[in-house]
Ligand binder design. Structure first.
Ligand SMILES: Nc1ncnc2c1ncn2[C@@H]1O[C@H](COP(=O)(O)OP(=O)(O)OP(=O)(O)O)[C@@H](O)[C@H]1O
Length: 319
């Protein structure tokens, strides 16, 4: 069952700006990436889900509740990590997260205990008594994540959690978000303007552009493997192509790689055996997968694509 549903959701700021336009989408349990270029309407959507902004039109349900009328009930069950740095510099992470736990209604001792627990989860246990003002950007992002978890929510809404982080920090934050989603069984909606980033950890993707839905789908169906095998050898490409053709294998070319349709699992064995028989140095043998960024035709998706290329290669090795 969907945890979030919107029906023709619209949000205007004054008369000039339409941040969400007729948005109809369903978000299922699990980790969902909410992607779109800067200004696409992601933060606005998150804030309407929390009941912090009232929609101008349409319907919205979060965990079966109407955030406009039942905002407090929604916020009791949902954790929120805002995009901007709004942390007090002169208190420790332990004090701050305990305070946020108290604000959520936890008794003092329980809030302290829970704060230690979530700060451990985000990797700040050792540093928890230091003042937040002296923290690095990555540590501050982790404090923001910890406070969103302190009241044991069923759903987390994370607005650009990798903002301001270097590549290693981004990977660490994404791993953390992935672990929270998978090990704790909490559903997560994670906003990003970098498609390739959330693609790595999300079960589903919702792409919006100028407040409109571009596409919503499972990552697995967006990236369904094409039944094509890419084979690259350091030398002897023509020889390999000829030998495979002689055995009835259809061959295409893509740069240095030979492309062959995967008719059955036996295709792998056949290709491997031919390479071994010819004594060729194998460089690469892989089934080709679409990258999600390739599947979006819009300018917003293209804006996200270059960033996705770098992170994709680092993680999955896909072409
Ligand atoms: N309080 C506001 N008043 C007027 N316009 C606003 C306000 N907040 C956002 N907007 C406008 O609404 C549109 C959507 O903004 P929103 O912040 O929701 O996008 P976003 O996808 O989260 O982008 P970003 O990641 O840059 O925050 C933008 O055109 C933005 O300028």
């Amino acid at each position: 069952m969907a945890i979030i549903t919107t029906q023709a959701l619209t949000k205007r700021y004054g008369t000039a700006v339409t941040a969400l336009a007729d948005l109809t989408v369903q978000i299922e349990p699990g980790i969902t990436g909410l992607v779109g270029a800067n200004g696409a309407g992601k933060s606005t959507l998150i804030k309407t889900m929390l009941g912090l902004l009232a929609p101008t039109g349409g319907q919205l349900r979060v965990l079966g509740l109407d955030p406009t009328r039942q905002g407090e009930q929604v916020r009791a069950r949902v954790g929120y990590m805002p995009e901007n740095d709004s942390l007090p510099p002169d208190v420790s992470a332990a004090e701050f997260v305990t305070h946020m736990g108290r604000m959520s209604g936890l008794p003092r001792a329980a809030a302290r205990e829970r704060a230690s627990e979530v700060l451990r989860h985000v990797g700040l246990y050792e540093e928890r008594y230091r003042q937040i003002g002296g923290y690095s950007t990555g540590m501050k992002q982790r404090v923001k994540l910890a406070q969103s978890l302190v009241h044991d929510p069923e759903l987390l809404l994370l607005d650009e959690p990798t903002n301001g982080l270097d590549p290693a920090g981004r990977d660490a934050m994404l791993d953390l978000v992935h672990r929270i989603g998978t090990e704790f069984g909490i559903s997560v909606v994670v906003c990003s303007h970098l498609l390739g980033e959330v693609e790595q950890i999300a079960d589903g993707l919702v792409a919006i552009e100028a407040g409109r839905l571009l596409r919503a789908d499972r990552v697995s169906s967006m990236t369904a493997r094409t039944a094509v095998l890419a084979v690259e050898v350091d030398e002897g490409t023509d020889e390999l192509a000829a030998a495979l053709s002689a055995r009835g294998v259809r061959i295409g070319h893509d740069g240095a790689a030979l492309m062959t349709p995967v008719e059955s699992p036996a295709t792998y064995d056949l290709v491997r055996d031919v390479i071994v028989d010819l004594g060729l140095p194998l460089h690469r043998l892989e089934e080709r997968r679409h990258r999600v960024a390739e599947l979006f035709g819009s300018p917003a998706a293209h804006a996200a694509a270059p960033a996705s290329a770098g992170t994709d290669e680092g993680r999955s090795g896909d072409e």
